[in-house]
Design a protein around this ligand. Structure first.
Ligand code: FAD
Length: 387
């Protein structure tokens, strides 16, 4: 099918299926679930994955065409698009998993039905991740885990967790690590949510007490390479968030969001934002976003898998994280005093949401490896500077 025909097919399908009822539905409602089922049946939740695992076998151009048509139609109801299953463990399994592991784990992700979370960080191991100490010991045909992870995003809502564990305590720290998959719904796993300044609890502490791992990915003690690869997927995703301009926008049209907001809060004259300095700032911000967007698109197009991988992801991650933060900062600044709302009737839900969004975005330059760690990787691996 030509790209032109594919775009028309997608538009026609959206005109019939992305109804106002779906657009206005809430997460968890029957209408929303039925919409996800329709998407999954088309293979359009993971369009770039093979059909046998629930995808649509789309190549890079077809995938981009789908995303663009969805964006143009203002589709905002998407399951797991930023999910750890689709963007992190899924592609890692496609690269390193056995056929059996792919067949068992990928279709649930591609249908948006199985949620995953990441068990990397520990109380004593963050930037120095390779010092992790959660242990996994082989017992018959499975591994038994003991230890603690922390900052496990969305663990309270997840079904499965992929975990970096120490399988050889005698080996050098990078060499004794493996990646295993653990079903969260078992007695050996305890999840405790952590309350954040933004008012929500997306983070958890995760405890393993003789928990059973169902799978080990790749070979035992080769988990560091696989874990790093997964981080490249994560960093590429964070960069994409910074490039999309969706950090602050509640609608499907992020590109105009800050300008519209400025007209609303600061005022407009002749259709333009009346504050010339602010106008310049918004334009400069949009330029930065477009530069990152086009650079990301170019590097993705150069890669047959359609994702930006390799050490260069650290550049994109650091730039994207800074841009995400800048966007939400600009948003609350535009709102002035109304951008400092926490609660109460003098603030709209959108204003309160903006404050919380700004606070939670502060963490994006820490998640997935801090900006300082990205700069270390760039210095060492991209520029080849001495340690
Ligand atoms: C929003 C968010 C979501 C997260 N989700 C998850 C998750 O789902 N699963 C998970 O496992 N973890 C998660 N994390 C944890 C995250 O990976 C760690 O916070 C991060 O790796 C930093 O580790 P740390 O917090 O222990 O800080 P530390 O490693 O203690 O670092 C403290 C400070 O020292 C600096 N620093 C440390 N080492 C160096 C160095 N060598 N050179 C220069 N500076 C250095 C750091 O940049 C930082 O500023 C999440 C974090 C955030 C903020």
């Amino acid at each position: 099918m030509s790209e032109v025909t594919l775009r028309q097919v997608i538009r026609d399908w959206l005109a019939v299926n992305y109804t106002d009822a779906v657009r206005n539905s809430t997460e968890g409602s029957e209408i929303r679930k039925a919409w996800y089922t329709k998407l999954a049946d088309k293979g359009w939740i993971a369009p770039h994955w093979p059909k046998q695992y629930g995808g649509a076998d789309f190549n890079f151009q077809e995938h981009i065409a789908l995303q663009q048509e969805f964006t143009s139609a203002g589709v905002i109801a998407l399951p797991g698009y930023s999910g750890q299953g689709l963007n992190m463990i899924g592609p890692t399994l496609l690269e390193y998993g056995t056929d059996d592991q792919k067949a068992r784990h990928l279709p649930g992700i591609a249908r948006g039905e199985v949620q995953w979370c990441q068990g990397y960080s520990e109380p004593g191991s963050g930037s120095d991740l390779a010092s992790l100490s959660t242990s996994a010991v082989l017992d018959g045909d499975h591994y038994v885990l003991n230890g603690q992870k922390i900052w496990t995003s969305d663990a309270h809502e997840a079904d499965w967790i992929y975990v970096l564990v120490r399988t050889d305590p005698k080996a050098k720290k990078h060499d004794g690590i493996s990646m295993v998959l653990v079903d969260i719904n078992q007695p050996g796993v305890t999840i405790k949510p952590i309350l954040l300044i933004s008012g929500s609890s997306p983070f958890c502490e995760t405890f393993f007490d003789d928990a059973i791992a169902s799978d080990l990915i790749g070979k035992p003690n080769h988990g560091w390479t696989i874990g790093k690869r997964l981080l490249q997927h994560e960093r590429s995703g964070i960069a994409g968030m910074g490039a999309s301009g969706a950090a602050a926008a509640p609608t499907g049209k992020p590109h105009y969001h800050l300008a519209e907001l400025a007209k609303q809060y600061v005022g407009a004259a002749g259709g333009r934002i009346s504050d010339a300095v602010l106008r310049d700032e918004i334009i400069q911000h949009r330029f930065n976003q477009r530069s990152l967007q086009t650079t990301l698109a170019r590097t993705r197009a150069e890669n047959v898998t359609g994702v930006t991988l390799g050490f260069a992801t650290s550049i994109f991650k650091a730039v994207g994280a800074n841009q995400s933060k800048a966007e939400t900062e600009l948003q609350v600044r535009i709102m002035g005093a109304q951008g400092t709302g926490w609660e109460g009737e003098s603030f709209s839900p959108q204003e309160i949401g903006a404050t919380r969004n700004w606070l939670s975005r502060r963490a994006i330059s820490i998640a997935g490896g801090t900006n300082e760690v990205q700069l270390n990787i760039i210095a060492k691996r991209v520029l080849g500077l001495p340690d």
